[in-house]
Design a protein around this ligand. Structure first.
Ligand code: DON
Length: 599
């Protein structure tokens, strides 16, 4: 009997494993079977002991018939869905999610930062809104340099001087004014409730706040924001109540953008700047405007890609990357085979070199967008490529090596019942931004100034290099890599895609799109799939453990590619795909608290 039950158990396990293998196999036509061992350690919240992928975890998609919200935090996604259920459209939900994230996800959700929105309405018309931060009027191109013209370490990263003039509230007010259906008060209310009644901390957020405590105290010595009354460490599930933030949100609810850019909030923000040696003035706040820009639209095979134009570099780079690999049979070569990876890396190398040279705020510099995405131009970029050997980045342009900083931006995607779709990526830049909390107003300020090229050729916190096109000037927007994107198939909504990750945003979005379009993955598999990144300089390829098989590693190395296995992960995607039967597939990243909620 004992023997029988044992073998019965084994049979169940074996059947499960086989079924899973078959199911996985069926779901990813075109994906080469992994030769290694995949394992996800639930306790460590990381993938371990795995030789090759292709997935970070086997997280399953969330489906819905009527609407879907995919965001970095379960509470924020719930807020979005509640707004949709109350009759709001995708823009109403997106506005509510942006404000909710500012409460429940202080590391990146924000009102003290900025972002980009790509909106495709149910008729297929597309709009993009640039609510990126701006350099204050007193900013100067040499403001982070000492008298010997050397960069003063961390000045553009931590503290009051690191902040650009925030754009998020202006962006949301403008998006809602133009497209919202519910009242402004309605879309603000959930965030106010979360701030005043408190939000239970996830394990990840508790950890983040505990890790940042010291630097919060350094920057804000007299404040105890984001800290427990007794200053002991947060534990998972404890309630974070933010009364001052609640009041700020109430002012925004009552007065619209003026509740942030004028009156009490503006007064508190300017006082905070003066206290800490910052330069943002009342004038800066009053003058800040979000701008509608023409969406950047291009094709990849039979798909239409609707994405963010400059001030983001993301859309231009994404279209360049997709078009550069378009002539190659990626599908036949297989997911992350040596040839597939090789052409993707070589495309990335060239595109990031272009980014450094040409991209900046289009209100200040002429960005040759159409030339950069032109197919004939892109063809010329392959002229020095050979499969035999890695191109040397120095041969394309020289540079120096960077360090990497903790990554916190956030992306969310919303699709409503009528098929309106919103992709928003929003950020404070680094995790918890400049660490400056506006006294009395309870919100964190961005450290977006670091996205400028503070000195030509000197890498920023993401190792990105820039030049004049992205030099600091008063009122100018700093270049971004954020790439909120919507993909259309045969004139219909197909995918809503985006992620945080600094310079790696572009390559993560690129891979996530190719995984679906070229390698036949589902949206969730594509998000789960392990990723890699190359950005021209430094000249190495970062990859998540398991992203490459031993064979791919060996072949790439033999051709001179420098590979660096990451100890952390790439991307925190929040994507939605419209399946042929009309079902929405919400795919949130298993690498963090990201959650899709559908109905
Ligand atoms: O706009 C940008 O490109 C950066 N400020 C984004 C920063 C980011 O994604 C940080 N983390 N994940």
């Amino acid at each position: 009997m004992k023997k029988l039950s044992l073998s019965f158990n084994n049979a169940i396990i074996l059947t499960f494993v086989l079924l899973r293998a078959c199911r996985t196999g069926q779901q990813k036509p075109g994906v080469r079977q992994s030769t290694g061992v995949y394992q996800y350690d639930n306790e460590k919240k990381t993938a371990v002991a795995r030789k090759s992928g292709p997935y970070y975890s086997d997280r399953q998609a969330v489906t819905g018939k009527n609407g879907m919200v995919a965001s970095a935090h379960p509470e924020a996604s719930q807020v979005g869905v509640a707004i949709l259920k109350a009759g709001g459209n995708a823009v109403d939900a997106a506005v509510a999610v942006q404000f909710a994230l500012a409460v429940v996800y202080p590391g990146a959700g924000n009102i003290g930062g900025g972002g980009f929105m790509v909106f495709r309405d149910k008729t297929g018309q597309a709009f993009t809104l640039d609510y990126r931060e701006k350099a204050p009027e007193k900013a100067d191109k040499d403001m982070y340099l000492d008298s010997a013209q050397n960069v003063i370490p961390r000045l553009s990263i931590t503290g009051h001087l690191a902040s650009g003039v925030p754009g998020s509230v202006a962006g949301m007010a403008e998006a809602h004014r133009r497209f919202g259906k519910l009242t402004w008060a309605q879309v603000l209310q959930p965030a106010i409730d979360l701030a005043e009644k408190g939000v239970a901390l996830t394990e990840r957020e508790a950890l983040g706040l505990n890790r940042t405590k010291k630097s919060f105290l350094q920057v804000n010595p007299e404040k105890r924001y984001f800290m427990k009354a007794d200053t002991t460490d947060w534990k998972t599930g404890e309630l974070l109540i933010q009364k001052d933030l609640g009041q700020t949100l109430r002012r925004i609810q009552q007065q619209g953008r003026a509740g942030f850019y004028e009156g009490e909030t503006a007064r508190l923000l300017v006082a905070e700047m003066q206290r800490g040696g910052g330069i943002i003035t009342e004038n800066d706040l009053k003058n800040y405007q979000a701008v509608w820009r023409d969406p950047l639209v291009g094709t990849f095979r039979n798909y239409k890609i609707i994405t963010m134009p400059p001030t983001s570099s993301g859309g231009v780079a994404l279209l360049q990357l997709l078009r550069l690999v378009e002539p190659y049979p990626l599908r036949r070569w297989g997911w992350n085979s040596d040839s597939t990876v090789q052409v993707m890396i070589e495309a990335e190398r060239r595109v990031y070199a272009d980014r450094a040279k040409f991209l900046g705020d289009p209100d200040f510099v002429k960005v040759p967008v159409n030339q950069l995405i032109d197919k004939d131009y892109l063809k010329t970029r392959w002229s020095d490529f050979t499969f035999a050997k890695a191109t040397d980045s120095r041969a394309i342009k020289g540079g120096t090596l960077p360090g990497y900083e903790s990554l916190e931006t956030t992306h969310f995607s919303v699709v409503d019942q009528e098929g309106n779709a919103v992709a928003i990526t929003t950020t404070l830049n680094g995790g918890y931004g400049s660490r400056v909390v506006v006294g009395g107003a309870g919100f964190l300020m961005n450290n977006e100034m670091d996205d400028f090229s503070v000195k030509p050729g000197v890498p920023n916190m993401f190792g990105l290099i820039g030049n004049q096109a992205n030099a600091i000037a008063p009122g100018k927007r700093m270049l971004s890599s954020m790439t909120p994107t919507i993909v259309e198939q045969a004139g219909k909504l197909y995918m809503v895609v985006g992620t945080p990750g600094g310079s790696t945003i572009i390559t993560s979005v690129y891979q996530t799109i190719l995984n679906v379009l070229e390698h036949g993955m589902t949206m969730q598999q594509s998000v789960n799939a392990l990723k890699f990144h190359h950005q021209w300089l430094p000249d190495n390829t970062l990859f998540e453990n398991g992203a490459f098989s031993d064979e791919t590693i060996q072949k790439l190395q033999s051709r001179g590619y420098k590979l660096e296995q990451l100890t952390n992960s790439l991307g925190r995607m929040d994507c939605i795909l419209l399946r042929p039967d009309g079902t929405l597939e919400g795919a949130s990243d298993p690498r963090a608290d990201n959650t899709s909620v559908g109905f």
